[in-house]
Design a protein around this ligand. Sequence first.
Ligand SMILES: [Zn+2]
Length: 408
Amino acid sequence: MQFTRRKFIRLTSNGIILPLMGPIHPFTGSEKHGEIILTEEALHIHQEALVLDGHNDMPGNILDKGLNSKPGFSLNEHQSRLQTDIPRLRQGGVDAQVWVAYVAPEHMRTGGGHKAAIEQMKLIHQLVNTHSGDLELATTAGEITSIADRGKIAALVGVEGGHAIENSLKNLERYYKLGARYMTLTHNETTDWADASYDRPRHGGLAKFGEKVVRSMNDMGMLVDLSHASDDTVRDVVRVSKAPVIASHSSVKAICPSQRNLTDELIKAIAGTGGMVMVNFFPLFLVPEGGAIEQAYIDHSLALRSKNLTPEQFRAEMDAWMKQQPPMPQCFVGHLVDHIDHMVKLVGCEHVGLGSDYDGITYGPIQMPDVSGFPYVTQELLNRGYSTGDIKKILGGNFLRVLTEAEA
Ligand SMILES: [Zn+2]
C-alpha cells in the first residue's frame, strides 16, 4: 500500500472533471508494470530531443487560487499548490509548453466567457514577460525551435472551450492575435455549435456555425483541438477541416473506456488528416477502472444540472456525493506508455504526442506527479525498443510538423 494517498483530494475547478474524490488506489491494471529507473542513455535522448507538452492548465489554476496576487509570486520558485513551475519544467526537460486559457462551461449560462479567455491569455503574456530569462512566447513552429535552441522554454497559447468566442468569429481572430494556436472546441458541455463528449448531443456533432468556426481556424492557421468533443463532432470536424487536426489531451478508449477518450476509429480519422493525438496523463483516463468512475460522475452531474442549482450548491452536492465514491485509480508510467504504444501500432509514431493536462488533473502516474516527470516517458519508450528518432517524434517533433502544416 506504499503508494496509497489516504487524504481526500480536491480537483481544481479548471480543466476538470471531478471536484472531489476518495483515496487513490496503490495502482490498478496490469501487474507487468512497476517503477522504472532512469538511465544515462534515456536522459541523453531526452536532453537532445525537443520536448513539447500540448496541454497545461496552469493559468486558470493560478487565477483560481489567487496566486498571482500574492506578493513575490514567481514561477522561478517551487509552487507547492501547482504542478508546474520553471524549476520543475527544467527538471522535466520541457522545451515547449502549451498553456491554455480555460473557459469553464458555466460561462455559457452566466456570460463572461470571452472576458475569462482574455484574462487568462493576458496572464500567460504577463508570466512570459516576468520570467523572460526562461520563457518566451512562440507562435510558429520556427519560433519554438529557435527559442528552444537558445535554451529557453517556448510558451504557446491555446484556448480551451469554444464557447469562449461567444459565437463571434471576431473573438476567434482576437485570440489568434493574442497568440492562440489551437482552440479546443468544447469542454464538458455541449456548446451552441458543437456537441461535447460528457453532455447530451444537441447538434448530432457540429452545427452549421461550427463548420464556419473550423474553416475560419483553418484559414488563420489555428489548429482545431478535438479533446472533449463528442464522437460525432470529431467525425464532422475531420470531414470539414482542410488542415490537420489534433486532440491535445486525450487517451485511448480501447484501453480505458472514458467518455472523453478516443476510439480506434477516431484516432485513425485524426491521423488521416495528418494530425495527432496527444496522450493525457491522468490515471483516471489511463486504467480500465477509470471509465466506470467517470461515468457515474457524468450521470450524477447531468442529473444535478437539471435541478437549476447555483454553482455553489452544485459544487456542494457534488462534493457530498464524491465522498461516497470508490477510491481513484493510480497507475505506473507503463500504463501511460501503453496508450502511446496502442496508437503507434494503430496509426504509426508520426501521429502521437504528449498532452499531460498538468494543473488540470489532481495527480499523475507514480513517478510523474508534475511536469518534472517527462523523462520517465522517454525511459519507458526506450525500454520498449523505440528508436531515438521515433522517441523524438513523439516527444515534440510531430507537433512541430502538424503546426507547420497548419501554418501553410
Ligand atoms: Zn481539458
